[in-house]
Design a protein around this ligand. Structure first.
Ligand SMILES: [Zn+2]
Length: 754
């Protein structure tokens, strides 16, 4: 190999291994693959490398793999045992699939919530591979899966991408046939949700593929399959090694076409061919961190974001209202042109209605970022190009004449909660205004944080500089005022201005096998807002004095064992004496219908089986007769009719309650599943977020459950004794990407019940 780069472009193949840490064959297969590629006397691989670059990421998820390998080495004996009953085949929770915070990195590609993803995407954007493979493992008894992928395919996926998947798949099949290895294609693994290691490359012009070997965390060094064959680690390595090299081979053989098609893809992207909209505009508001957060997110993905230097009138689809509307583009607004190289990814992340081609998918079916960030966003048919770069907001400290009486911080989004967290960590005393007020001719919304000199005497003259240092560091705005006498609203000494006691927070961890949801909460506290939290095992939870904690967060899990009659009694008495309970998702549903809890099922549930009297001629198959005579071959599809894998709903918000400070009158939730409680009743119960009729915005919801979900509670608060219970029916921290959900959680932790 002469190693010299010629003038010809090279194909780039990127092979990613071990995103799921307990799918342990991947990193081993990476070594075998690397060995052949790096061997100068390998007559098969060396010719490929004259026109193809191969990038190997041997271990996307080092923490998860480490967890798996450490456990396995403790569980295995001096000789491994292929009996599936042996302990080495039963990996304990949380298992090695996920990363440190139990995030599935193969759901995070577009969201960049995890540092592994952020680091990887930076390098990915530098290289922009033509072909990307994500190596996985599936169950022991499923032999091997490779592309072409199953439906649904996102509508933006091109014929060429599927064609080349098929070319590669046929080449794999050639090797597998020769060895007599079993495999399947075109089933199960779809291409829709943008957080995967196959879809993300697809939406960036590459041929993205998932390969699945049978085995995974159960397989160890060897295991008996259902057919009484022994599946060994060596077998698994051989298969992934074979498909890895076969992929490189095909990229090399078809180098010219691969490069031409890639170039054509980006030419089309630059002219936004097939794009529904030409530009997107995100309105920016002073001191509201969400537009900055969104711009930084998009830029990290490689999407160009800018703004305009002069205002202009425009019209387009309003994500907030769901209708076309006229609006004004003003300097500072984010302007994102769809005429840019990454327009496919951009359009996928901004589609008002998900473009799904088939209804069977095992993931959420809507994700559009304008809803997740809860911004005022418009999609326009007219092309609006930015003429200035996006610039991140600096911290602004505005001084008052004389000696400041207090400092004010607006409460707009989770970046303010991060600032509050820093203030509390500095042991600065802080309050929040329950009502909007005006001072010195400036209006402040409910939720505004107030730091008075009174109470913070220990800082003396340094209070201002400590606060402004924090404001600079966290890029927040701080206004100094010289009086506590407001023009309208409540003065700072009023009972409507609440002291924020620094809460001591415990989060239940690992209860009933819950790791994902508690991991999201853990990540929220540690990485997103930087506030100390105690992650607590169920055993510890049972034995401690709950009154040591102000806030307890119950993640999504099953609670029937932990909160048995005694456990529940103990929890209720803690709430009554002032505890603040936050129940997320299934934790909230656990309380549904239980004595003393305001959360109830809707009375109509289970009663409206079939007969709708809307006069429409709907010969649907929901009637009992056709249910009995359902078609076996359609069973996967039929199940979808009563499911909601994840769809976006509009939520009507009572933003006079602290749980919704920073929210507008309408916001959005990502709803998964079909739990849809009645509105809370009784005194001391508040319906803060509700789903009204026809509130489905985007995504697939089975027609049998659409009615059930409407007119239900999304989030609410029950006052119980001196304490509170916050019900969050839909997990606001799901996969960490629903930006406005973080504000909801922050409100629950810091403001509610104070
Ligand atoms: Zn996997």
């Amino acid at each position: 190999m002469d190693g010299e780069l010629s003038g010809d472009a090279l194909a780039i193949v990127w092979l990613s291994y071990n995103v799921h840490g307990n799918e342990s064959v991947s990193s081993e297969a990476a070594m075998a693959t690397l060995y052949d590629l790096a061997n100068p006397s390998d007559s098969r691989t060396q010719p490929w490398l004259t026109n193809t670059i191969v990038i190997l990421d041997p271990m996307i998820n080092p923490d998860g793999r480490d967890r798996y390998v450490n456990w396995y080495n403790q569980a295995v004996g001096s000789t491994n045992n292929v009996n599936p009953d042996a302990q080495e085949h039963s990996e304990p929770g949380p298992g090695g699939r996920t990363n440190h915070y139990n995030f599935d990195l193969n759901r995070d590609w577009s969201w960049l919530t995890q540092k592994e993803t952020r680091a990887r995407i930076r390098v990915y954007n530098d290289w922009m591979p033509h072909v990307h493979v994500d190596f996985h493992e599936q169950s022991v008894n499923s032999p091997y899966y490779f592309a072409p992928a199953a439906k649904p395919l996102h509508a933006v996926i091109t014929d060429w991408q599927i064609e080349f998947q098929t070319i590669i798949g046929r080449n794999h099949a050639r090797y597998f046939d020769r060895n007599g290895w079993l495999y399947f294609t075109k089933q199960q693994f779809d291409l829709f949700y943008p957080g995967y290691g196959d879809t993300f490359p697809m939406y960036n012009g590459a041929i993205g593929m998932t390969y699945e070997q049978g085995g995974g965390g159960r397989a160890g060094l060897g295991i008996l399959t259902a057919e009484a064959d022994t599946l060994t680690l060596a077998d698994r390595i051989a298969h992934h090694y074979t498909t890895g090299l076969s992929t490189v081979e095909m990229a090399s053989v078809h180098r010219d076409r691969v490069i031409d098609e890639f170039k054509a893809y980006f030419d089309r992207a630059n002219s936004n061919e097939g794009g529904e909209f030409s530009s997107y505009v995100i309105k920016s508001y002073p001191e509201d961190g969400r537009t900055d957060a969104m711009a930084l997110h998009l830029e990290a993905l490689g999407i160009r974001v800018g703004t305009v230097t002069a205002g202009r009138r425009a019209s387009g689809f309003s994500y907030r209202s769901g209708d076309d509307a006229a609006f004004r583009v003003t300097p500072g607004d984010l302007v994102i042109s769809a005429h840019q190289p990454r327009s496919t990814l951009l359009n996928v992340l901004f589609e008002p209605i998900s473009a799904i081609t088939d209804s069977i998918t095992y993931d959420i079916t809507a994700w559009a970022l304008p809803y997740a960030y809860d911004v005022e966003a418009f999609a326009t048919s007219a092309r609006i190009e930015p003429d200035a770069a996006f610039v991140q907001t600096e911290g602004i400290v505005s001084a008052a004449p004389g000696s400041p009486y207090a400092y004010l911080i607006r409460w707009k989004d989770v970046s303010d909660a991060k600032f509050l967290s820093a203030i509390l960590r500095e042991k600065i005393k802080v309050r929040y205004a329950e009502k909007a007020f005006e001072i010195g001719g400036v209006a402040y919304e409910a939720g505004t944080l107030i730091v008075t000199r009174t109470g913070n005497e220990k800082f003396g003259e340094t209070l201002g500089s400590v606060l402004s240092d924090l404001a600079q560091r966290y890029r927040q705005s701080l206004a100094a005022v010289s009086t506590g006498f407001v023009d309208s609203g409540a003065d700072f000494g009023s009972g409507d201005v609440h002291y924020i006691k620094r809460p001591k927070v415990a989060v239940l961890r690992g209860n009933g096998g819950d790791w994902a949801s508690s991991g999201q909460i853990w990540h929220f506290f540690e990485q997103q807002i930087g506030f100390p939290v105690t992650m607590m095992t169920p055993d510890r939870f049972k034995s401690i004095d709950l009154s040591d904690y102000d806030v307890i967060v119950l993640p999504e899990a099953s609670y029937s064992e932990l909160l048995n009659e005694d456990g529940l009694k103990r929890l209720i008495s803690w709430v009554k004496s002032g505890g603040r309970l936050i129940a997320v998702g299934r934790a909230a549903s656990f309380f549904m219908g239980k004595k003393e809890f305001a959360l109830k099922k809707k009375p109509s549930e289970k009663e409206d089986e079939d007969d709708d009297d809307d006069g429409e001629d709907d010969d649907n198959d929901a009637s009992p007769a056709s249910d009995t005579l359902k078609v076996y071959g359609e069973r996967d599809r039929d199940r979808q009719t009563e499911r909601n894998q994840g769809a976006i709903y509009k939520v009507s918000v009572d933003n006079t309650h602290p749980l919704a400070f920073g929210f507008k009158k309408e916001s959005f939730v990502l709803k998964q599943g079909t739990t849809a409680p009645a509105y809370l009743g009784g005194s001391g119960s508040w319906n803060i977020g509700i789903l009204k009729k026809e509130s489905l915005v985007s995504g697939q919801v089975g027609f049998e459950v659409i009615d059930k979900i409407e007119e239900s509670l999304a989030f609410g608060v029950q006052e119980m004794g001196s304490g509170t219970i916050v019900y969050l029916i839909d997990n606001p921290l799901f996969r960490g990407f629903w930006y406005s959900g973080q504000l909801l959680m922050a409100n629950a932790v810091f403001l509610v019940g104070q």
